[in-house]
Design a protein around this ligand. Structure first.
Ligand SMILES: [Zn+2]
Length: 350
């Protein structure tokens, strides 16, 4: 986890599921921000539904976290909110920003981060902001509704101002050496404006929603890891098998799973089970889409491009990319020990 460049101090994280209409707000704003100049030390990440990855990335030690997310607070669709994650203004914890089955809420990410920090000695961010947008629709479908799309440029300006303020205010101190996993302490108060109402009832961030038959798309890395361990533990063991040497898993590009985050979670999930020390081998399957009107097929990339370049048709079908399955389990006669060899691992980027 080391880089040659100076360490970024601010992480701007676009969160949300681009397959659920306006839930793609955060990802879209992150995408726009990534294409424009920002103060030094400000990093933009398209987190999507990979909340565990966000927590994992935060272990790199940021002073400030800015989460971009669809945030249902009862305003008009397209209303922007700037929310201090620690602010008690409306008398409730940020837990009100509930998670759905697809992903972790910002608060759940911070809670997980606290746990990870306690285990590793890392330091969580000192300030956390949420730049939210009231969604119009979170029905299945790719693309923002007009009013939310229209709010994106203003959200980009908001974040740009915010990170500029933070960059000025922020001297990087080593003082943030809190002893335990303090994931909800010492947030600053907001420097500037609030673009929308904060009072009133807090509806859930997203309606809970699952995609039948595509369980993989709905799980984040830790639950994926636990589920893999579960499946293997419950599998019928060959005679004489006492441990697991290796588990092979196929992961679609759009399944919302980051291989290195999964590997990290897998190791934790295996601890104390028959899989203790087992190696996880992941195979990455690219996202593929096809256009119903013209028949063209293409690699979607991630975040996925779901618009046909030939006819701009709106009837795009996803052919592959949301897979998540165990393909092989290699048992061993002895309780498994860590494999000495280097694991072939796609996306080993750190
Ligand atoms: Zn087409």
């Amino acid at each position: 986890m080391t880089t040659g460049a100076p360490r970024p101090h601010t992480l701007v994280a676009g969160v949300g599921n681009i397959f659920l209409g306006d839930d793609g707000f955060g990802v879209e704003v992150a995408r726009r921000l990534a294409g424009q100049p920002l103060p030094e030390g400000v990093e933009v990440a398209d987190v999507g539904i990979r909340g565990v990855h966000l927590a994992y990335q935060l272990l790199d030690g940021y002073d400030t976290l800015v989460v971009l997310d669809a945030t249902a607070r009862g305003g008009e669709p397209g209303t922007l909110y700037l929310i201090d994650a620690a602010e008690p203004a409306d008398g409730r914890a940020p837990d009100g920003l509930a998670l759905d089955g697809h992903r972790m809420s910002p608060d759940a990410v911070l809670a997980l981060l606290g746990t990870l920090c306690a285990g590793t000695g890392a330091v969580p961010p000192r300030r956390t902001w949420l730049v939210g947008c009231e969604p119009g629709t979170v029905e299945e479908g790719v693309g923002l509704s007009p009013r939310v799309a229209a709010a994106v440029p203003e959200a980009v300006r908001m974040v740009t101002d915010l990170v500029r303020d933070e960059a000025v205010v922020r001297p990087r101190t080593a003082a943030a050496t809190a002893p335990d996993g303090v994931h909800r302490t010492s947030y600053a108060s907001p420097p500037s404006r609030r673009a929308g109402p904060t009072a009133g009832p807090a509806p859930p961030l997203m309606s809970a929603r699952t995609t039948p038959g595509q369980d993989g798309a709905a799980m984040h890395e830790m639950s994926v890891a636990l589920s893999v361990v579960d499946h293997v533990e419950q599998a019928v063991r060959p005679d004489g098998a006492h441990g697991v040497r290796r588990v092979h898993v196929e992961i679609g590009e759009l399944a919302g799973v980051v291989p290195d985050a999964l590997a990290f979670c897998f190791e934790l999930a295996c601890s104390g089970t028959v899989l203790e020390g087992a190696e996880l081998v992941t195979r990455f399957l690219p996202g593929r889409a096809s256009c119903a009107p013209c028949g063209r097929t293409w690699d979607t990339g991630m975040p996925p491009d779901m618009t046909c370049a030939a006819c701009r048709g709106g009837a795009t079908e996803l052919l592959s990319g949301r897979e998540l399955r165990i393909t092989e389990v290699h048992w061993s006669a002895e309780p498994a020990a860590p494999d000495p060899g280097p694991a072939p691992h796609p996306e080993e980027s750190r």
